[in-house]
Design a protein around this ligand. Structure first.
Ligand SMILES: [Zn+2]
Length: 351
C-alpha cells in the first residue's frame, strides 16, 4: 500500500505531465487565432467533392491549430471550367471566389477581350493567366511568341485595364536560384531575366492594370532578385505579389533581407499557397500540415520542417502582427472584388 507522501508525489508528477502536455499543445497553436486568412492562390478547380474537402480542411485547421482560413480564391485548373458558377459558390458556402483562367496562352488568349466584362458580371473576380516559360507552355513545334509581352496579348491587357479587371496571380516566369543552387524549373539566368523583363514591358504599357503576380514574381530566390522586386513595386503602384509556393525557397536568400522586404512592402503582398485539388482524408490532413508550416514560417521564429511544399528546414520570420494582417486579408480585401462583402457576410468584423 502507498504511503500518503508517495501518493502526493505521484499526484504531483501526474499534474506536471498534464500541464506539460497542454503547454506543448498550446505551443503548436497559432498566436493569432483572430486574424482571418485568405489564400488567394488555389487550384480548387470545379469538382464539388474538392470544395467539400476544403471546407473540412478549414474545420480541422481550426480544431487542431486554431487557425482560421476564412476564404480561398479559386484560380481554376487547366482544362476544367466551372459549368455553373452559382451552384459552385453555394457549395463553397461563401468562402470560395472564382477567377476565370487561361493556362495555355500561345498566340493570344482563348477568351476574346470583349467577353471579359460579361465574366465580371457573371461573378468572376479576375483573370488568371499562366504564361510560364515557353518550354513548359508551348508544345513541341507549336508556334508562339515566347514571352508575356506577346503583342497578341495587348488587347486583353488593354481591356482589363479599362474595366479594372484584376490579373489574379499572373504567372510570368519560373524560379531561378543562386549560382550554385539553381532550381530545376529555370536554371538559365539569361532566359529567366528575359521573362522578367518581358513582364516589365507589360507593366510599362499598362500602368493602370491591377496585377497580383504569382509567386512573388519569382523574384525571391536571390538577394538581388528581392532588390529587383523592391524596384518593381516602387515603380508600378498597381503591382502586387502573392507568396504562393515561395516558402520552400526562403532559405536561398539572406534572412534579414527577406524579412525586411516583407515588412517594408507589406501593403503589396498577399498570402497564397498554390494548393491543388484535395481528393480524400489523407489529402486533407497533409494540406492541413502544409498550411500550418507556412503560417509558422511567417508568424514564429521556430525552425520549421518545410514550407507549404517541400521539407527544407526554414527559420520562421516572426513578422509583426500588423504585417500579418495585411498579408493575410487586408490587402486581399482591397484588391479582390467581393472579398470584403463576403467576409462581412461570414460574420467577420473587418476595418
Ligand atoms: Zn498556381
Amino acid at each position: 500500500m502507498l504511503k500518503l507522501s508517495e501518493v502526493t508525489k505521484f499526484f504531483v508528477v501526474f499534474l506536471f505531465i498534464i500541464f506539460l502536455a497542454s503547454f506543448l499543445h498550446a505551443q503548436e497553436k497559432t498566436a493569432y487565432p483572430d486574424i482571418p486568412r485568405i489564400d488567394v492562390h488555389t487550384h480548387i478547380g470545379s469538382d464539388l467533392q474538392t470544395v467539400s474537402n476544403f471546407l473540412d480542411l478549414r474545420e480541422q485547421l481550426k480544431e487542431k491549430y486554431n487557425i482560421d482560413v476564412a476564404m480561398w480564391i479559386n484560380l481554376g485548373s487547366s482544362g476544367s471550367p466551372i459549368i455553373d458558377l452559382d451552384s459552385f459558390m453555394k457549395a463553397g458556402q461563401d468562402r470560395i471566389l472564382c477567377s476565370i483562367s487561361d493556362y495555355s496562352p500561345h498566340d493570344g488568349f482563348d477568351l476574346p477581350p470583349l467577353e471579359l466584362p460579361k465574366k465580371l458580371e457573371e461573378g468572376y473576380i479576375g483573370f488568371k493567366i499562366w504564361a510560364g516559360p515557353p518550354a513548359r507552355r508551348l508544345k513541341p513545334g507549336q508556334i508562339g511568341f515566347p514571352y508575356i509581352d506577346n503583342p497578341a496579348h495587348e488587347p486583353t491587357f488593354a481591356k482589363m485595364e479599362e474595366i479594372g479587371m484584376l490579373a489574379t496571380s499572373i504567372h510570368i516566369a519560373d524560379p531561378n536560384g543562386p549560382f550554385d543552387r539553381r532550381t530545376r524549373w529555370l536554371p538559365d539566368p539569361v532566359e529567366y531575366w528575359r521573362q522578367i523583363m518581358a513582364f516589365r514591358h507589360v507593366l510599362e504599357s499598362h500602368p493602370n492594370l491591377k496585377v497580383v503576380t504569382a509567386h512573388a514574381m519569382w523574384a525571391i530566390c536571390q538577394d538581388a532578385q528581392i532588390d529587383y522586386l523592391r524596384n518593381a513595386l516602387a515603380t508600378f503602384p498597381n503591382l502586387n505579389v502573392d507568396l504562393a509556393a515561395t516558402f520552400q525557397y526562403f532559405n536561398l536568400v539572406t534572412y534579414d533581407n527577406l524579412r525586411s522586404f516583407l515588412i517594408d512592402y507589406a501593403d503589396r503582398i498577399v498570402y497564397g499557397t498554390d494548393i491543388g485539388q484535395i481528393r480524400d482524408a489523407d489529402g486533407i490532413s497533409s494540406r492541413m500540415e502544409a498550411y500550418n508550416r507556412s503560417f509558422q514560417i511567417l508568424e514564429t521564429d521556430k525552425m520549421v520542417d518545410g514550407g507549404f511544399f517541400g521539407s527544407t528546414k526554414t527559420k520562421g520570420l516572426a513578422l509583426p502582427k500588423e504585417v500579418l494582417e495585411k498579408i493575410y486579408y487586408k490587402n486581399a480585401m482591397r484588391l479582390y472584388p467581393k472579398v470584403r462583402e463576403h467576409l462581412e457576410k461570414l460574420g467577420y468584423t473587418v476595418d
